[in-house]
Design a binder for this molecule. Structure first.
Ligand code: GAL
Length: 648
């Protein structure tokens, strides 16, 4: 099992490397990830290559039995590159992204692509036979620092080409996008624009001011551009090396389609920072991010950057109390991690991230965090056979669609609405009931319940797949704004919920983007704050009705029997407690009994054992008995503060 640290030998005096490697071994680390920001050191001037510093570092690590995951350095190009080739991104206001940090470059810039090819080839060739390297990481966090979408002329031309390939003729595109609206019709693909700043931006508080088809296609294209850029690097590495290739993704991050980005990778890895300068995440939010990353390839993954201490760039997030770093490690494992690499080994003395604390403080002295992480590593080693290749017994799936994320961002329906928050509310409700829930997309047959919240953009094909899942006995949960748009992001000229109408057995007569709260009552009672669909059941039964407004008494939540299965339609948002009641109802109707456990405890079922995680700083008792695998003792049901149990 990979248990490692992210390491930057270039940031330390070479005389310290040996002692650092020794300390790593003492801490139980068997792997480092490195190299991913060292372009300037590898190629000080154009075409002058020197990898010797990394050779020496790899040798020193090898002496301590530590293996290496090598990152390609293209996230931080050197100054000579931007001076000579430009290559940097333009934002939607035409402003140039200045050099001096990282992730400045444009994935469609021919010179960036060319120089990336050269540095990656040289690196792959140089390190191909080094036996101490076990895997490659491509680049670093594609899309980080808002770098997915660029608005330069190279992107515009590449976008036009991408569109031509898809639509074949400009007439097809004009028709599909409805460019007749406001004289937007294009005469040729050369006319294609990017969704840059225009006169509507900012009016009436809107952010997105372009034709919705253009905007959605541009987001697809920008995502594809990074997938293609990544594939270019993977293909080069595969020419020289058989080692597995990964990229460090970013959990909930949605500007790049994680399914597409992962399909060319041998395994997914991702960077997990639950609490930092920008806020503390609820534990369910972190669990969902892990599931999102497992779901990207439907395979177990590793965490390539696991938070190791208090974290921030100028101000700090809070210090993880004793036990919390260990708990976070087990949380990752419980949701599919098969390896953990901590960011970073020793805290930087200089540079942007002086306050992003690693396993060791600035002075390099092992303290509490070092010993806690070391203990975690020792425990995980003992559990290795239980972890590698294991899979949760999933009952439910939350379908996450990147296209829908983008479409909802383009047209946000109601003030305060967010697709990602909406999905999270459903994940949290299920997680709080300890219903083991995946976040991915089809194949649906692995699950009893599928949530397709706000599945706004939908194709006929998707309807037929989910339809057979239901007819074969599955439960499907749909929510407001589902089914109403085609894949060009145009509204379908049929009653709401569009292509889902037959499955849901309803018609939405009217809706209300709320100006004040409304309440629902019935089998599920609660409060809506954003949206109410006023439902006319056709073949569906009513679960709850509205208590107020001109549609008082009208259906708010329904259920329809289809074949052997059921389709729920939830016409409004709900407070979290009602959401939980709803998830419990859906589960029970599908023959799944939620597991009762104290608040802030997460229980996850696997074939051979159950994992219990206590996210609170109190001891709690849970109603599960058995043999505890970490301690190899009988489990008495008590979880210490931030405690964990693997119960057989
Ligand atoms: C990640 C990134 C690392 C480091 C870390 C802490 O997003 O991959 O290089 O910057 O955050 O800020």
């Amino acid at each position: 099992m990979i248990f490692g640290v992210d390491y930057y030998p270039e940031q330390w005096d070479e005389s310290e490397w040996k002692e650092q490697a020794r300390l790593m071994r003492e801490g139980g680390f068997n792997t480092v990830r490195m190299g991913e920001f060292a372009w300037k050191l590898f190629e000080n001037n154009e075409n002058e290559f020197d990898f010797s510093f990394l050779d020496r570092a790899i040798d020193i690590l090898a002496d301590e039995g530590i293996k290496v995951i090598l990152g390609t350095p293209t996230a931080a190009p050197p100054k000579w590159f931007v001076d000579k080739y430009d290559g940097v991104m333009r934002d939607k206001y035409g402003r140039k992204r200045n050099w001096g940090s990282r992730r400045e470059c444009c994935s469609n810039h021919p010179d960036y692509i060319e120089r990336s090819k050269i540095i990656v080839s040289k690196m792959a060739e140089h390190f191909a036979n080094n036996k101490n390297i076990i895997a490659w990481q491509i680049d670093n966090e594609f899309g980080c620092h808002n770098s997915t979408r660029c608005y330069c002329e190279h992107c515009r031309k590449a976008f036009a080409k991408w569109l031509k390939n898809k639509y074949k003729t400009i007439e097809n595109l004009n028709r599909a996008w409805g460019t007749v609206f406001w004289s937007l019709s294009f005469d040729s693909f050369d006319d294609i624009i990017l969704p840059e700043y225009n006169s509507c931006e900012g009016d009436y508080g809107n952010t997105w001011s372009h034709n919705p088809s253009l905007d959605l296609e541009y987001r697809r294209f920008a995502s594809d551009s990074w997938v293609k850029y990544q594939k270019m690097q993977i293909d080069i590495i595969k020419k020289y090396s058989d080692l597995p290739v990964t990229h460090n993704l970013m959990g909930h991050f949605s500007d790049i389609d994680a399914y597409d980005l992962s399909k060319d990778l041998d395994f997914v890895s991702w960077d997990n920072y639950p609490d930092n300068q920008w806020g503390a995440s609820e534990y369910e939010y972190v669990s969902m991010a892990h599931e999102n990353m497992r779901g990207a390839k439907n395979k177990n993954f590793i965490v390539m950057e696991q938070q190791a201490g208090p974290a921030g760039w100028d101000i700090l997030g809070y210090t993880p109390p004793p036990g919390q770093l260990r708990l976070w490690a087990y949380q990752a494992v419980a949701h599919g991690a098969e390896g953990l690499v901590y960011f970073r080994f020793r805290t930087a003395l200089f540079g942007m991230e002086q306050y992003w604390y690693g396993v060791l403080d600035h002075d390099g002295k092992p303290r509490r965090r070092f010993f806690e992480i070391k203990q975690t590593g020792e425990e995980l080693k003992r559990l290795e056979n239980y972890i590698t290749g294991s899979k949760n017994l999933y009952d439910a799936l939350i379908v996450k669609s990147y296209e829908n994320d983008w479409a909802h961002d383009i047209k946000r329906h109601a003030r305060g609405y967010s697709y990602r928050d909406h999905l999270y509310a459903y994940y949290k409700a299920n997680d709080d009931l300890n219903i083991t829930t995946a976040v991915s997309r089809g194949d649906y047959s692995d699950y009893k319940i599928v949530y397709m919240p706000a599945y706004n953009v939908v194709s006929e094909n998707e309807i037929s797949e989910i339809g057979s899942f239901v007819r074969n006995g599955g439960s499907l949960v749909l929510t407001f704004r589902s089914g109403t748009r085609d894949t060009y992001n145009n509204v379908r000229p049929i009653p709401v919920p569009g292509l889902f109408s037959e499955l849901a057995g309803i018609e939405v007569e009217e809706f209300d983007a709320l100006r004040r709260e409304n309440h629902v009552s019935g089998k599920i009672s609660g409060t809506a704050q954003l949206w109410c669909d006023i439902i006319e059941p056709k073949t569906a039964d009513v679960i709850s009705v509205y208590d107020g407004e001109f549609y008082k008494g009208k259906a708010a939540i329904t259920v329809n029997s289809v074949g052997k299965g059921k389709v729920y339609y939830v016409g409004c948002d709900l407070d979290q407690s009602a959401m939980k009641d709803l998830a419990a109802l859906v589960a029970r109707n599908a023959g799944i009994e939620p597991v009762n456990a104290p608040e802030n405890v997460e229980i996850i079922r696997r074939e051979k054992y159950t994992i219990a995680l206590n996210y609170s700083d109190n001891s709690v008792t849970i109603p599960i008995k058995g043999h505890e695998l970490i301690t190899d003792h009988e489990f008495n049901g008590i979880l210490e503060p931030y405690g964990v149990a693997f119960i057989k």
